[in-house]
Design a binder for this molecule. Sequence first.
Ligand SMILES: C[S@@+](CC[C@H](N)C(=O)[O-])C[C@H]1O[C@@H](n2cnc3c(N)ncnc32)[C@H](O)[C@@H]1O
Length: 287
Amino acid sequence: MTTAPARPDEKRPLGGSYDPARTTGGGLGAELDRLEAQAALSFPEELRILRELGLPTGGTVLELGAGPGAVTRRLRAALPADTALIAADIDGELLAHAAGPGVTLLVADGAELPLPDASVDFVLLRYVLQHVPDPVAVLAEVRRVLRPGGRVAVTEVDSALWGAAEPSYPELAGVHAKMAAAQRADGGDRSIGRRLPRLLRAAGFGQPVLRPFATTNDDHPTDAFAPQLGPQRLEPLVARGVLSLAELALAADRWNRFRSDPDAWVMLLGLTVAATAPAGRGPQETA
Ligand SMILES: C[S@@+](CC[C@H](N)C(=O)[O-])C[C@H]1O[C@@H](n2cnc3c(N)ncnc32)[C@H](O)[C@@H]1O
């Protein structure tokens, strides 16, 4: 629909606390691989939940914060050909990777969508709101573009409910706390999962429904979790001075122990919350 604008300032990420070049060691290329690996791990289960929560088989679906399209490609394959799919993102460079047949690209801030009122049937935001300084403003804009009765689904993490591992390494708690604090300092929130139903209500949505989903190494090789759990994810935090080299070395050692232990078990937990756009325009009309 539009072409990518130039980045005004390379040092300031467009997507709130999300900087694709500095999310994992190895830069942008490694981040594209990480998002792809993340979608490969859990999207089949997420899709089952999205269908249960109202993903339509017609009309218009908007994926907001689609990034390079790991989920866009999977959604396109899952939806009937006559369902319109719009992939929107504030970062046009990233979004260009989501281009493909049957996908309309839209470079836009989620808080200011260049879409008419009531023009969309379903909106998905996956791992986006944790990076947004004002999630209610984005959700209110989503509500504007949804038709009355349309559905929004938000998939997120919660750092305190990230999952479980055996063996576990309590000595890494400080590393994870620093990671969450760094995201908070950039305007994000890795504990947003627990807040989703209230954020949706504050934006005027009704009847939020929460569904957790789990991904384990009973179903995937342990190494498939490396892009999310391995030390590469922490390298940019060393470069920023958030973590020390000793902390990175500790995390690398524990990951290597974990992945070479044939009995090691891990479960990652995600949360999807869906809600309904009401007929009225103000949050006060939805009680
Ligand atoms: C962690 S990535 C997730 C990408 C994709 N949803 C996925 O699950 O693979 C977060 C995405 O949200 C986008 N984003 C952050 N803030 C945004 C905003 N205000 N409006 C639109 N997109 C935004 C970022 O540019 C980035 O592409």
